[in-house]
Design a protein around this ligand. Structure first.
Ligand code: KIV
Ligand code: NA
Length: 276
């Protein structure tokens, strides 16, 4: 089992130690991210956009999540592995929600699941926690609601909506989540929510006062520029580096500079002469 646990999340908040979380979708990246000492890895349904090339997360299926989560799990030793519940996987009855969450733990080796929604999902959270599966909440901008919201917009910008988000956070805490993602909410509101709940808040576009932060790894590394939100910090520009490496390779192949002798196998050249 992995070093970081849901208890470590609660301890981190108690000890005012910030939690660093990042997404990953495959084994190679998971291994690098884990080796860098990140606290938690999220197999986000953002894979619908950055891996599959869709323009929302709505296309992502349970099979997709189960597959990517199992790949990531094989690369992790340290970080807590959280897997997103995709669109519609926890809305068609509590039984189906618990079965889907259970599949991600039992078959794909997730440590916990994350699902979008507040008060309206509290009963679902309770049912999954009753099955002994840790749940991370996710409120504010919930991308699976994009058709209903009508776009990717900052949430909680008036008093009534801000109160609604506080109620959502409290309902999730009461339902038993071990942590809550706050996405695209004003910094001041995220600060209030963070102070009102005893479980750690993990912000993305939610300012400086959350108990932790999460980013999409493609955004952090600068390898997805279809859309770069204001809250993203690109720590590298791997897209550009990859393009340079690939064009150098193509040039070398076309101009006969690759492969070189050191890249080749030999087989005792004497018998080969007889084959001409
Ligand atoms: O799918 C995802 O990557 C997420 C994070 C951005 C919170 O839900
Ligand atoms: Na997500």
């Amino acid at each position: 089992s992995r070093t970081v646990t849901t208890q470590s999340f609660l301890d981190a908040k108690q000890n005012r130690r910030k939690i660093a979380m990042l997404t990953a979708y495959d084994y190679a990246m998971a291994k690098i991210v884990d080796g860098s000492g990140i606290d938690a890895v999220l197999v986000g349904d953002s894979l619908g956009m950055v891996v599959q090339g869709h323009d929302s997360t709505l296309e992502v299926t349970m099979d997709d999540m189960a597959y990517h989560c199992a790949c990531v799990a094989r690369g992790l030793q340290h970080a807590l592995l959280v897997c997103d519940m995709p669109f519609l996987s926890c809305h068609v009855g509590l039984e189906e929600a618990v079965r889907n969450a259970g599949r991600l733990v039992q078959q794909s080796k997730a440590d916990a699941v994350k699902l979008e929604g507040g008060i309206g999902m509290a009963d679902t959270v309770k049912a999954i926690v009753r099955a002994q599966i840790p749940v991370m909440g996710h409120i504010g901008l919930t991308p699976q609601s994009v058709r209903l919201i009508g776009g990717y917009k900052v949430q909680g910008k008036d008093e009534a909506k801000a109160r609604g988000l506080i109620e959502d956070a409290l309902a999730l805490e009461d339902a038993g989540v071990f942590s809550i993602v706050l996405e695209a909410v004003p910094e001041g509101l995220a600060k209030i929510i963070t102070e009102k709940v005893s479980v750690p808040t993990i912000g993305i576009g939610a300012g400086r006062y959350c108990d932790g932060q999460v980013l999409v790894v493609h955004d952090l590394l600068g390898m997805y520029d279809a859309f770069v939100p204001k809250f993203v910090k690109q720590y590298a520009h791997l897209g550009g580096l990859i393009a340079e490496a690939v064009s150098a390779y193509a040039r070398d192949v076309r101009e006969g500079r690759f492969p070189e002798q050191k890249h080749t196998f030999s087989a005792g050249e004497s018998f080969l002469e007889k084959l001409y």
